[in-house]
Every structure is written in C-alpha cells, then in structure tokens.
Write a protein that binds this ligand. Structure first.
Ligand SMILES: Cc1cc2nc3c(=O)[nH]c(=O)nc-3n(C[C@H](O)[C@H](O)[C@H](O)COP(=O)(O)OP(=O)(O)OC[C@H]3O[C@@H](n4cnc5c(N)ncnc54)[C@H](O)[C@@H]3O)c2cc1C
Length: 386
C-alpha cells in the first residue's frame, strides 16, 4: 500500500482511508468502476473510524438518519458474505435510556416515526428495563427504548475488509500519501497534487472526516463543518454478558462490551472548542467513571486500561453532508457525520457510488443531504446525539 503511484490517471480519486473512503472504493469497484485510487495521509482507519465505539443504531430523531441507518444495517448484515471478512458484527440491540420527562415525550414521537419507517422498536418502562437488564441501575430513569436489530462491529476490521475487497477488484490504495491540493480548471476537477506527485482524475471525493473543511477549500468548495474532540476509554475484560449498546442523551454516555469482554464507553463535553486535538484529560475519566459506576454498578472494580480521543466532524444540523458540488464539476463529498459516520457509511458509500457512476441513487435518497440545504432550505436538527 505504500509503494510508488502506479498510474498517472484514475477516474476517481478518493481522499481519506476511513470507513467512508474504503466503503466507497468497494461500492465503485463492485459496480464496475475500478479506475479508483484512495489516498490516505496516514494509515487506514487512523482518523475517526479507528477511534470510534463501533455502534450501529437505527433509532434516530430524523427520518433521513433512520433511513440511512436501516439501509446500512442491511449492508452490515450481509458484510461477511459480500465483503469477505468477519467484522465482529453483532445485533445485540441498543438500549436508549431517558432521564428527562421532555426527552421521554420526544422519544415517543421518535418511535412513532421509526415504526412508520418499518423499524421494530420497543418502549420500556423502568420496571421492564430492570426485568430485561437486571444489571442496569434504573434510578432516575423515565423510560427507555430498545431496538434489537441495532448493534455494533469492529471499525478497524470493517475498514480493512472494504479495503482488501476493493483492492481485489483493482482499486489502488496509497497510505502515507497526503493530498496537498485539488486541481480545478474551468470549473472541473482535473487532478490532485499528492505528497508523491501529481495524478490526473475526473472525480475527486472528499472523505476526510475531521479535515473535511480544509480539503473542501482546496477546490474552493465550502463545507460548513467543524471538528470537536471526543474522548473514549476501555476497561479490562469481563466474561461477556452485556449484549447491547446502552446510550443516554440526557445522561450523556454510551457503553458497550466488545466480543473480547472489555467495556468501551464515552461521553460528550459541551465545553470542547473546535479544532483537532488528540490529547486526553483526567477530568473526562473522573466524570465518566463516577457516572458509569452509578448506572452500571458491576463496573466498580474494573480497571481502565486505555483512554484515547478522536474527532466528531460536526455539521450545523448534526446530519451528514453528502453530495456533489454545484460549483466544481467532479467534486463529491461525504462529511460532517456528527458522530455517527461509522454506522451510516455503508449506505452513504453505496449511494455516492451510484451517484458518481449513474448520476442518481438507486437504494437510498441522499438528495436532501447536500450542502445546498444550508442556503435556504428548512433544516431539521438531529437530536439523538451524545
Ligand atoms: C470517540 C468517538 C466515538 C464514536 N462512536 C461512533 C459510533 O459508535 N458509531 C458511529 O457510527 N460513529 C461513531 N463515531 C463517529 C465516526 O467515528 C465517524 O463519523 C466516522 O468514522 C467517519 O469516517 P470517515 O471515513 O468519514 O472519516 P475518518 O475515519 O476520519 O477518515 C478520514 C481520513 O482522511 C484522511 N485524510 C485527511 N486529510 C487528508 C489528506 N489531505 N490527504 C489524505 N488523507 C487525508 C485522514 O488521515 C483519515 O484517515 C465516533 C467518533 C468518535 C471520535
């Protein structure tokens, strides 16, 4: 993957080797387009993907996110068979806990909409939560929702699986190769300048996660995203007994158990300032650990073994920004996932590959997610984010 650039022209140059870039390369190649290169400035999954919790949930407050996530779940369910790798995908459900009356009412509205979309979601009282999940302390809980087909997977494996399958179909992947500029002539993309030389192309895709705004500006495409640090930690393992991802927006936490037994957990911090920052703080560890031990008392004697941080690439309405530039022909983008890009990336990549090759999408409508929505259209903010 580190070798010299093999060709001086590719039809499609993808910038970024996270879940978006590798999944897109896979879907393009699967649809017959194998003149594709991925340029990744570091190693595959070194960005947000390799730092994320791997949660895959369909319970969203906006219809567009529900649809993207439901299509992605269909693709995750077939991943092993289609892509050829076991990515530890497990549909143990998502338990969403509400500690706030107003939020609980909102959840009831969300569930109504999710059911209209065909998703099977349960509303659980605190007593039902205790019966089903006796190891959860339900003190202060107003209600919960649960969707059994939600789940989680190993993000590193998902990236490597897509990358290897794409390579088998002819895609070239260049790691440790930074894109330094996008060459636009007469309003069209004609090439990219990389740290290993210039490559001509007809299409450029910005799949650069936290760096999406800067890489957009390389072609004069203004993508209104901002990146914020999110910290996350993992404990030593226990025997597996916790099948679901537990999450709370009002409680500000999420947690799941990996197939190796460790608990991965995190919370948001409203005081974070925008900008790339991979440091970690003791404040995060202290706050999170104190809170989590109350909700999940079995964590009490477990040791934290690692703590790291990654970036949420936020959009103004906390929904992804996906589409093609109206200003620069051949410039496409899939960015601004606002903390849920791993789970929707398969559907996004499939739709973007169709848009690039056929000029329209066949499975999931993404037209309302383009950047033009921020200049005039009514936008709906996604509320279900930590
Ligand atoms: C702590 C944390 C927990 C999360 N948990 C979840 C979760 O449970 N579920 C979920 O769905 N999402 C989660 N997310 C969000 C998820 O990680 C991201 O939305 C998703 O990984 C975005 O993938 P991507 O491929 O678009 O971007 P990235 O994975 O960030 O990949 C972008 C890549 O572009 C490369 N790049 C940037 N600029 C250049 C350049 N100029 N030239 C070449 N390469 C370049 C970077 O090196 C990087 O590897 C979480 C995020 C964090 C930080």
């Amino acid at each position: 993957m580190r070798g010299e650039i093999k060709r001086n022209h590719y039809n499609v140059c993808i910038i970024g080797g996270g879940i978006t870039g590798t999944a897109l390369a896979y879907f393009l190649a699967k649809l017959g387009e194998n003149s594709v290169a991925i340029f990744e400035k570091s190693y595959l999954s070194s960005g947000s993907t390799g730092r994320c919790a791997g949660g895959i949930r369909q319970q969203w407050s906006t219809r567009s996110n529900v649809r993207l996530a439901m299509r992605s779940v269909k693709l995750f369910e077939r991943y092993k068979e289609d892509v050829g790798m076991d990515i530890e995908y497990y549909q143990g459900g998502y338990l969403i806990l509400s500690y706030d009356e107003f939020e609980a009412q909102q959840f009831e509205q969300n569930v109504k909409m999710q059911r209209e979309e065909g998703l099977e979601v349960e509303i659980l009282s605190p007593r039902q939560v205790k019966e089903r999940f006796p190891y959860v302390n339900t003190e202060g809980l107003v209600l919960a929702t649960f969707c059994q087909t939600d789940g989680h997977a190993n993000p590193h494996k998902a990236v490597i699986g897509y990358a290897l399958a794409a390579q088998r179909m002819g895609v070239d992947i260049y790691t440790h190769t930074e894109v330094l500029g996008v060459d636009v002539q007469n309003g069209s993309v004609v090439g990219v300048e990389t740290s290993r030389g210039y490559v001509k192309c007809n299409v450029v895709v910005n799949a650069t996660g936290p760096w999406s705004r800067e890489v957009g500006m390389m072609a004069g495409v203004d993508l209104p995203t901002e990146s914020y640090r999110h910290q996350i930690l993992v404990t030593e393992p226990l025997e597996n007994f916790f099948p679901m991802m537990a999450i709370s927006f009002s409680g500000n936490f999420y947690m799941r158990q990996t197939m190796h037994g460790q608990f991965i957990m995190g919370q948001g911090d409203k005081d974070e300032k925008p900008g790339i920052n991979y440091n970690v703080t003791f404040k995060f560890e202290k706050e999170l650990v104190e809170k989590m031990v109350k909700v999940f008392p079995f964590l009490k004697n477990l040791r934290v073994i690692r703590h790291w941080s990654g970036m949420y690439n936020m959009s103004p309405d906390a929904q992804p920004i996906i589409g093609q530039s109206k200003k620069v022909k051949g410039y496409y983008y899939a960015v601004g996932y606002s903390g849920h890009g791993f789970m929707v990336a398969p559907a996004v990549a499939e739709a973007l590959a169709e848009l690039i090759l056929f000029g329209k999408t066949l499975h999931t409508d993404i037209s309302y997610l383009d950047v033009e929505r921020f200049s005039g259209r009514v936008i709906e903010r996604e509320k279900n984010v930590v």
